[in-house]
Each structure stands twice: as C-alpha cells, then as structure tokens.
Design a protein around this ligand. Structure first.
Ligand SMILES: [Zn+2]
Ligand SMILES: [Zn+2]
Length: 301
C-alpha cells in the first residue's frame, strides 16, 4: 500500500471508501461504504459473463471494471436525510458475524466510525429500510454485547416484508443464521414493523416491489421538490447489467422473474430520469440511466 500523502483520516484518504453525497431536491443521500472489492472475475457473480464481454462495454472502465475485464463491487449503505428524518437503507454485513463467505466472516470494519465521520450517530437513525434480508443488507442492525446480539439503531423502526422474512427463515441452517443474529433481536426489542412491498412511507419515500432476487425484494423511490431517486437493492448488482439485463446473478432466487424485474425497473428509471443509486455499484454508485436500443447504459453522476 502506498504511503499516505497527507495526515487526513486514513479512512477518508482512501477514495474507494470516502463519503459521497448527492442532492435529490432538498433531500441529501450519503453513501457509507463498508468495503469495496476490485479485481473480481466476473464469472464469480454472473455465470454468463466473460472478461471480453465486460471490456466490450468500455464505459464500465475504470469505475466499475478494470481493463483486464475483472469487475468491482461495493457493500455500502445509503443514508437519506429528507424532511428532517434520517433513514438508513441496507446496513451491510456488520462485524463479528459467522458467515459462510470468507470475505464476510468475522469482520471488523470501521463502518460505524465512517458513519460518524459522515455526520450520523446510530441514535440519529429513525428508519431502517431493507431492500431484502440477505446477510449484506441487515448486518449493522445488530452488534455484539458480550455474547448477545443487540440492536444498533435503538431509536429506529426497522422495516421488513413478510415474504422476505419467510424466505430468510427458510434459508437458515447452512452454517450461518442471519435471522437469528441480525433480525430476531430487532423483533425482540420491539423495533420491527412488517410492511407491504409497495408501502408509502411518507416524506416522499415509496417502496416498489422488485422481486426475483428474493421473493419480497423491494426498491426505494425518493422524491423531493419534483426530483426523484431510486435505490436499487439487488435487482441488479453491477452496471454491466444495464447492457446485459439477462445476466442472472448467482444468488437470484428466481432468475426468470429477476430478469423481468430488471427490465421493468431499468425502463422506469430511464423514463423518470431518476438518479439511480446502485446498492453494490463501486466508485461512482449514482447516475442516470439512458436507453440504448433494447438495453440501457449508465452515466455516473
Ligand atoms: Zn442480495
Ligand atoms: Zn447484496
């Protein structure tokens, strides 16, 4: 690793995890990064992908892919400040969790420190939205106090859909227990609300079902002063899927439905001119979607 060029906080000096903010009308969306991994062989996530196909979409380089056809992915949460309400979307993997994926297992990321340096204490979060309940979207909801998992955002309502609660419970037992360590403690503490996938949350925040990746997957529309943003969740994982919307991601529960959802949501994003915030997009995760024949293209903001 190169020597630091200045004496800033090393977290902020690393451009890959630095705080990024975008305005949506009078609302502000901030990315808080847990981790960004570069140099991933694309087949690791997309069985139909090849390095040649990646570099064939030259607009992906260098923000989302490298010239050798490897790809980058980020795990990040978005914090929305709208109408004096602070909303956290998809709080990442978390620390100290027993996970089957080695790069998520028993980690010690400075995520809460990064949140604090972006101006957010855990107590300030009033609402936690989960696009779905995979391990990388619920982790920071709890942290370990002795041997017990306890809520982190103790002043927040945490939203769930029944379909994804069921799916998450049914997926337990393969060496990790996301429900037990990251969701049950929220219910036990009385901080959970089960909502419909199309709920209007008020404050210009509206959920839209975007199933396929998981049965109850949803995306979040943000509207303020006539401007719109869309937080994707995992209906797509990487900007290459704008150009290759039929590429399924390995964890897509229903690949056929996920493809239909991707095309529908991409068309809506292009048509509305929304600022799209890609939950796993690296380096420049926000941008606009433009139509490119029967496919799309992503222009980072
Ligand atoms: Zn997922
Ligand atoms: Zn994910």
């Amino acid at each position: 690793m190169a020597a630091r060029a200045d004496d800033r906080d090393p977290i902020e000096a690393d451009h890959r995890v630095a705080t990024q903010r975008w305005k949506v009308g009078s609302a502000v969306v901030t990315s808080v990064v847990e981790d960004q991994i570069d140099g991933i062989p694309p087949q690791f996530f997309f069985s139909d992908a090849t390095a040649d196909a990646i570099v064939g979409h030259d607009w992906l380089v260098p923000d989302y892919a490298a010239a050798d056809g490897t790809i980058s992915l980020r795990v990040q949460a978005f914090v929305i400040e709208i109408d004096d309400v602070t909303v956290l979307v998809d709080p990442c993997v978390g620390n100290g969790k027993v996970r089957t994926l080695p790069f998520w297992h028993d980690q010690s990321w400075p995520f809460l420190e990064r949140m604090a340096s972006a101006g957010f204490s855990p107590g300030a979060v009033e609402l936690v939205v989960h696009t779905h309940l995979h391990a990388d979207h619920v982790g920071w909801d709890t942290h370990k106090d002795g041997e017990t998992w306890v809520p982190t955002f103790t002043g927040a309502r945490h939203l769930y859909t029944e379909a994804d609660l069921e799916y998450c419970r049914a997926s337990a037992g393969d060496g990790e227990d996301v429900f037990g360590d990251s969701i049950a403690p929220i219910f036990d503490a009385g901080l959970a609300d089960v909502v419909d996938g199309d709920a209007d949350l008020g404050h210009g925040l509206v959920l839209e079902p975007s199933p396929g990746h998981t049965p109850g997957h949803l995306s979040l529309w943000v509207e303020s002063d006539g401007e719109k943003a869309l937080i994707t969740g995992d209906f797509l994982h990487h900007p290459v899927q704008f150009a290759e919307p039929d590429w399924a991601e390995i964890a897509d529960h229903d690949a056929v439905l996920a493809r239909q959802t991707r095309r529908r949501m991409m068309a809506r994003a292009a048509e509305t001119g929304a600022l799209v915030l890609g939950t796993h997009f690296s380096s420049r995760p926000a941008g606009r979607v433009v139509v490119d024949g029967d496919r799309w293209r992503f222009h980072p903001a």
